[in-house]
Design a protein around this ligand. Structure first.
Ligand SMILES: [Zn+2]
Length: 91
């Protein structure tokens, strides 16, 4: 693992800061320093891209804003269908 790709910050420290940044946790390393390191260090850049993609996918599948409204819409449709069926059955 190489040191001093940019500004003497070790890869481990940069990756740790990236993980913290993705988790919305306080980051001890400046974001500009992270970006500069990622541009200068392909291994870190690769890892950051994969991790960012995974986090994004998990966030979208678990707590995206579209899912609840889709579920609510489906429930509302089902309620309407049930009401129609009940009103048909009742003379
Ligand atoms: Zn690196």
């Amino acid at each position: 693992m190489s040191i001093d790709q940019s500004g003497g910050t070790p890869c481990t420290e940069i990756l740790g800061a990236v993980y913290a940044y993705l988790d919305n946790e306080p980051v001890s390393v400046e974001r500009d320093l992270i970006r500069l390191h990622l541009q200068a260090c392909p291994p870190c850049c690769d890892e950051f891209d994969i991790e960012a993609l995974l986090k994004e996918l998990v966030a979208k599948s678990c707590c995206g804003e579209q899912a609840p409204s889709q579920i609510r819409q489906r429930i509302m449709t089902q309620i309407t269908q049930i009401q129609v069926e009940i009103s048909k059955q009742t003379p």
